[in-house]
Design a protein around this ligand. Structure first.
Ligand SMILES: Cc1ncc(COP(=O)(O)O)c(C=O)c1O
Length: 456
């Protein structure tokens, strides 16, 4: 008899097919990416690294062809090595990096590995604070890294941009060893050149080298497509990312860096030039065990897809859809943080728009087949579980092929759900409007089924 789990997987397939995914950190992978993930590579242990010879120099055919000595602790690596080398090579080409570590199991693992590579316990890191839009791993008190390192948080201005003056003042006051640009809820394009200049000023006053790191988990796909500036082109030393958001790969992490690439077996001096080697040692054995080679293969496939011209069109369309949706929402009376978006992500100030909170709205939209998440706004007075905003984005619906005409429809559905919330006021009372929400859900389903998910 088939395991019940498969039944539930099928139910999830239906949920994904019949609803519209607006969570900005989610996407739909291709069949090839899915196949690589579900391959026999999951059976293999590969602690350590392949050779880095020829990466950034050889053709893909040569990389796939040559079996080289490696830095692994188990036998039987000839295929795994070549797959991981392809993943590294493609990642470096996509992001103009000297080196890539494709082994982090997740974005959080990637960030923790960089901290471990560069910092000593108690060292100071300057990153965007969680309430301003930064990620948990940028210093939220509940995380392991916040117990080890001293995080200082900068914020955003009223119009939603990074408060560069505050960033500079804090940097010159605290002389951090690491300056971090990165976020999970931010709709502007960071001024990487300005931050690089701030690093120089801090460097002049510091006795230690200052690492410039960008966590581009949300916009990595836009960067890969050349539709968003790349921090590595502006003097940043390290860029971390997840591989499953706009980049449209398997769930996982990736660390890109500039500097010397060499054997991870010998401990190098802690200098910015050696950051690629320090990072390799910090991922394995520093913070992880065996790499997930089936996921690394899927990352390689996704990076290959992102190198194709079609991916550039995809990234352009993500932004086009997000801007169209933002404009439509505004015309429906929604108040948006920063008054719109320059990337894939929109933050709605639900409280100021309609008077109810983001959680009620998230629950109601779920019942209408539209999935997004309640999110705190900068300087939010609501509790973390009942924030005043919702966050949404266009990467997943753009993968399905929805375009600007559908953004108009989407904004109308969202307005109708908001009108229901205005009447319902509480989650329990939403049940009184179940029929109205089901009407919208059926309309969403009809449209969604016209745009099939690529991997189903
Ligand atoms: C900016 C940023 N960094 C790191 C992460 C963590 O990634 P993961 O969930 O893969 O650990 C996220 C996830 O949302 C993120 O948005």
């Amino acid at each position: 008899m088939k395991d019940l789990v498969f039944d539930l997987i099928n139910q999830e397939k239906t949920r994904q097919s019949e609803g519209l995914e607006l969570i900005p950190s989610e996407n739909y992978v291709s069949k090839d990416v899915l196949n690589a993930m579900g391959s026999v590579l999951t059976n293999k242990y590969s602690e350590g690294y392949p050779s880095f010879e020829g990466i950034n120099e050889w053709s893909e055919d040569e990389i796939a062809d040559k079996i080289l000595p490696n830095y692994r602790y188990y036998g039987g690596q000839e295929n795994v090595d070549r797959i991981e080398r392809l993943a590294i090579d493609r990642a470096c080409r996509l992001f103009h990096a000297d080196h890539a570590n494709v082994q982090p199991h997740s974005g959080a693992q990637a960030n923790n590995a960089v901290y471990f590579a560069w910092l000593e316990p108690g060292d100071t890191v300057l990153g965007m604070s969680l309430p301003a839009g930064g990620h948990l791993t940028h210093g939220a008190k509940v995380t392991l890294s916040a117990h080890i390192y001293n995080f200082i948080g900068y914020g955003v201005t009223e119009d939603g941009d990074i408060d560069y003056d505050e960033l500079e003042n804090l940097a010159l006051e605290h002389l951090p060893k690491l300056i971090l640009i990165g976020y999970s809820a931010f709709m502007k394009i960071p001024d990487f050149a300005r931050v690089a200049k701030i690093r120089e000023k801090v460097q002049q006053k510091s006795e230690h080298e200052v690492l410039l790191m960008a966590d581009m988990a949300h916009v990595a796909g836009l960067i890969a497509a050349g539709e968003h500036p790349n921090p590595l082109d502006y003097g940043f030393d390290v860029m971390t990312t997840t591989t499953h958001k706009t980049l449209r790969g398997p769930r996982g992490g990736l660390i890109l860096s500039k500097g010397n690439v060499a054997s991870p077996l010998k401990k190098p001096e802690k200098t910015l030039k050696n950051i690629p080697i320090l990072i390799d040692r910090a991922v394995f054995p520093g913070t992880q065990g065996g790499p997930l080679e089936h996921i690394i293969a899927a990352k390689a496939v996704a990076f290959g897809e992102a190198l194709k011209p079609e991916f550039k069109t995809y990234a352009k369309n993500i932004i086009k859809n997000a801007k169209a949706l933002a404009e439509e929402l505004k015309s429906q009376g929604f108040i948006l943080q920063g008054n719109g978006t320059d990337n894939h992500l929109i933050l709605i100030n639900v409280k100021n728009s309609f008077g109810f909170d983001g959680k009620l709205y998230e629950k109601a939209l779920d019942k209408a087949g539209l999935t997004l998440n309640a999110n705190s706004l900068p300087h939010d007075k609501g509790a973390a579980f009942r924030p005043s905003g919702v966050r949404l984005g266009t990467p997943a619906i753009t993968t399905r092929g929805l375009g600007t005409p559908e953004m108009k429809t989407l904004a109308h559905w969202m307005k109708r759900v908001a009108e229901i919330c205005e009447k319902a006021e509480t989650e329990e009372e939403l049940n009184n409007y179940a029929e109205d929400l089901t009407v919208i859900k059926n309309e969403v389903r009809t449209l969604a089924l016209k745009f099939p998910i690529p991997s189903v």
